[in-house]
Design a protein around this ligand. Sequence first.
Ligand code: SAM
Length: 349
Amino acid sequence: MASNGTSITELEHAGLRPRPLIDPFQRRISYLRVSVTDRCDFRCVYCMSENMTFLPKADVLTLEELDRLCSAFVARGVNKLRLTGGEPLVRRGIMTLFTCLSRHLASGALKELTLTTNGSQLAKYAGELKALGVERVNVSLDTLDADKFRAITRWGELAQVLAGIDAAQAAGLRVKINAVALKGVNEDEIADLLTWAHGRGMDLTVIEVMPLGDVGEARLDQYLPLSMVRSRLSERYTLEDIDYRSGGPARYVRVKETGGLLGFITPLTHNFCESCNRVRITCTGTLYMCLGQDDAADLRSPLRASESDDLIYAAIDEAISRKPKGHDFVIDRRHRRPALSRHMSVTGG
Ligand code: SAM
């Protein structure tokens, strides 16, 4: 029930908008990231261990339940939805979910419906995504060297991802490339990735490796501070600081020589929490109010307990009232274990 005892559905019928989601630090929650599956066709070394145990099917929300949950957030003022995973495009029937959610684009409630993908299935789905109103996609790609790509992803084929990117651009989707900076692996290649991405009209964001989940390799061996990436790129390119913010944690510069944007996501060396407008749900309906904290709320029980959405709204409100001010990741020699036990594939990055 809404605070005055009227149900949200009644409020909507009366033409009144339900209250927006505002956290205790007066941040308005307008962006929801949804991990639609914990499964992936890759096993990136910084993300998953080689032998992952995946969730039993009964624990995972059905596509109808995911639609209902996302729609509850949209009704409460979320205007940007990003589907992620695991790999969102390996979830069976995923286009049904995109089709359902696209009604919120048509109604104007959603400004953006998008996804983060490893690109392996993009050749198959790019046209359909564009037709449903998806305008841009983020593709994760850490190297253009096929052998290195195989070593990083364990199971991936570079050519398949490049074909996916071609298909996305041919379908009219804007593509942004996300690359994780990995010490001794792709650190020498980031300038080439930049030249390639900007040459094809794609922005590039470089991500600092985050200490999420035990992946069987010491984080210190993977961790490369982006301050080093930036200073090396500066030897080849002129990086101009700009005010542009995508609403997310990336800080952007414009590369003078290419005209393209280069983003840096530095959760470990930079604090971006003060402007955080986002929350995340997993494929089991667990709501994480912060990527870097363990606190979470179960939305699956209220979802399954009643056909009315009022229990869900109450659970969301209660959870948002606990959204923390920020996170506290640490990678140093005293903290060799992951800062959080869950993998990025659970909350979707
Ligand atoms: N499968 C999709 C993909 O590849 O983009 C979506 C899920 S994936 C978990 C989302 C992003 O998180 C990818 O860009 C991946 O590189 C990044 N990622 C995974 N584990 C990470 C970690 N420990 N630190 C930083 N980024 C990570």
